[in-house]
Design a protein around this ligand. Structure first.
Ligand code: FAD
Length: 258
């Protein structure tokens, strides 16, 4: 199987760096092919702007999504964007690895998503009409592929528990797992989380990599998070709210889980 690891940490000798190296070794030892997009090492351009469509008509105002659509359709995107899209198409599984920074991913990874997820590639895919909202949330170009987050935090596990002060981790990660990964079609596996990283020592590192190794071994067999599919009958069209008889009384993020 082919695995793309998109890794966002500025320091190779960090905990994240060690977990990244472990991940690559474990997957390769199991016979998988691994590509790493090490965003800081690549000096990845994190901002989406007119330079992403180098052949655009500069006499017209830049429009982030329409210029993306045109450049993708015409094959005139910036070369770094096209290369990352090729890696995504090559991959059977995607891992996004990052330290939690201000309750979400580092800006450089957000910029990877904004730029690589072009119009026609990750959104705006399929029929868009009064009766259909395209292929998304369970369908799309990434359908059949798996994805998993690997996230480290300074905060304790209890801070991210259902009544913890930071809010539940499932809720914080919902926009990434449901919005960024399920939207273009990935099956999303439960995240691999390392809390309270300041308390890491050699013994805990061994426990952590043991657990990570198990999770990587199960990349193809683990049960994905049961997000609802947009086009499977649970949602009213065109409003895309849950039908009254689906998850009655539930609202918010949890309602979009079966
Ligand atoms: P490092 O700092 O590199 O290492 C952590 C510990 O692991 C150190 O004690 C180190 O000695 C040890 N270690 C490293 N490698 C090994 C190894 N191979 N074997 C054994 N031990 C090792 N946290 C939150 O919870 N919520 C937030 O919103 C949040 N926002 C942040 C925003 C910013 C801008 C920053 C800088 C930090 C933020 N943090 C937050 C904390 C952040 O999530 C953690 O600092 C980060 O997850 C730690 O990962 P690291 O790879 O940088 O660890």
């Amino acid at each position: 199987m082919n695995v793309l690891l998109v890794y966002a940490h500025p320091e190779p000798t960090s905990l994240n760096g060690a977990l990244k190296d472990f991940t690559v070794q474990r997957l390769e030892a199991a016979g998988h092919n691994v590509q790493v997009s090490d965003l800081y090492a690549m000096n990845w351009k994190a901002i989406l702007d007119a330079d992403d469509a180098p052949q655009r008509d500069n006499s017209k105002p830049f429009h982030a999504s329409l210029d993306s659509k045109l450049a993708y359709a015409q094959g005139t995107q910036a070369a770094d964007i096209a290369r990352e899209q090729e890696k995504l198409l090559w991959a059977d599984a995607l891992i996004l690895q990052f330290p939690l920074w201000w309750f979400t991913m580092p800006a450089i990874l957000k910029g990877w998503i904004e730029r690589v997820y072009a119009y026609g590639f990750a959104y705006g895919v399929g029929e868009h009409s009064d009766s259909r909202w395209g292929e998304r949330y369970g369908e799309g170009k990434m359908k059949g592929k798996r994805a998993m987050l690997m996230v480290t935090t300074g905060g304790w596990e209890s801070h991210y528990s259902p009544r913890g002060i930071n809010g539940p981790m499932d809720d914080l990660l919902f926009p990434i797992q449901h919005g960024v990964l399920h939207y273009p079609g990935f099956d999303v596996l439960p995240p691999f989380l390392v809390y309270r990283t300041s308390r890491m020592d050699d013994a805990r590192f061994t426990e952590t990599t043991d657990e990570l190794g198990r999770r990587l071994d199960e990349l193809w067999s683990a049960r994905p998070i049961a997000f609802r599919q947009q086009n499977a009958g649970d949602y009213e069209i065109p409003g895309l709210t849950l039908k009254d008889d689906v998850a009655p009384g539930k609202q918010g993020f949890a309602a979009h889980l079966i």
